[in-house]
Design a protein around this ligand. Structure first.
Ligand code: ADP
Ligand code: ADP
Length: 226
């Protein structure tokens, strides 16, 4: 099974800039996959399209065989996304942020609360449950975004530069947490411009540069080429 299948993906922004020039990718279920590339390569654009925040110009995207155009609700259910920027309300409390997210997926209130508690505990945020998000440290906000992305137990988790600007200690904690949930069966795709991060975590890798796919291989063979 493919967790993510992208075919001929193109994006031309409103100003005429071609950010993606025809990218195809197939990420197998269970994989831990890195999307590598320099700043401006098109990584965030790709993720934006996968989670329907950015409108594609051409191409097909399937998440566990659900086409994002034809079966958007089912595709979204399969997917959890940790964006690069903190995009929750400053005044909303930690617990409510996660519970409300579960609500978007149609989870009954009682189940949503249970799931929110489970993931806040896992991410070491349970004692902050009544704190307004603006009073969290940067590292806590990252962990909150991960809890929020996991609350509906998606089969595919996508993280956009998850450890950018994160200190070494939290980076290690996040790495081992991600490894744990991957081992438990969640397919993970992350974008990074650190080869070291991909090397520590991932099995397979794609490199994009200026909107083109320039490499798609195992991390092992990529390292042998260097
Ligand atoms: P689309 O073609 O998908 O409708 P637009 O070109 O209308 O996208 O831009 C969407 C938003 O992104 C706008 O608010 C725009 O100001 C902003 N934007 C424009 N250029 C850039 C850029 N180089 N990087 C990031 N954001 C940009
Ligand atoms: P990455 O995540 O790899 O750093 P992005 O997908 O954010 O790359 O950006 C790819 C390219 O598209 C960059 O050159 C960026 O400036 C441009 N870009 C991003 N958003 C917009 C937009 N809304 N309008 C025009 N250009 C954009």
């Amino acid at each position: 099974t493919s967790a993510l299948k992208i075919e001929g993906l193109r994006k031309t922004y409103g100003n005429g800039f071609e950010a993606l020039k025809g990218i195809s990718l197939d990420v197998a279920e269970g994989d831990f996959f890195a999307l590598l590339g320099p700043n401006g390569a098109g990584k965030s654009t790709t993720i934006g399209i996968i989670c329907s925040l950015v409108k594609k110009t051409a191409g097909r995207v399937g998440i566990f065989d659900y086409n994002i155009d034809q079966q958007p609700a089912l595709a979204k259910k399969m997917l959890g996304v940790v964006p690069q920027e903190f995009n929750f309300s400053q005044f909303e409390k930690v617990f409510d942020i996660v519970v409300n997210q579960a609500g978007y997926y149609g989870m009954p209130r009682h189940d949503a609360k249970k799931a929110a508690e489970k993931y806040l505990v896992k991410l070491g945020l349970w004692d902050k449950k009544d704190t307004a998000s603006r009073n969290l440290s940067g590292g806590m906000k990252r962990r909150l975004m991960i809890a929020r992305a996991l609350v509906h137990e998606p089969k595919l988790l996508i993280l956009d530069e998850p450890t950018a600007g994160v200190d070494i200690e939290l980076r290690r904690t996040m790495w081992s947490f991600l490894q744990e949930i991957n081992e438990a069966g969640t397919t993970i795709i992350l974008t990074t411009h650190y080869l070291e991060e991909a090397e520590s975590l991932c099995r397979n890798v794609a490199i994009i540069d200026q909107g083109n796919l320039v490499e798609n291989t195992s991390i092992k063979s990529l390292l042998q080429q260097l």
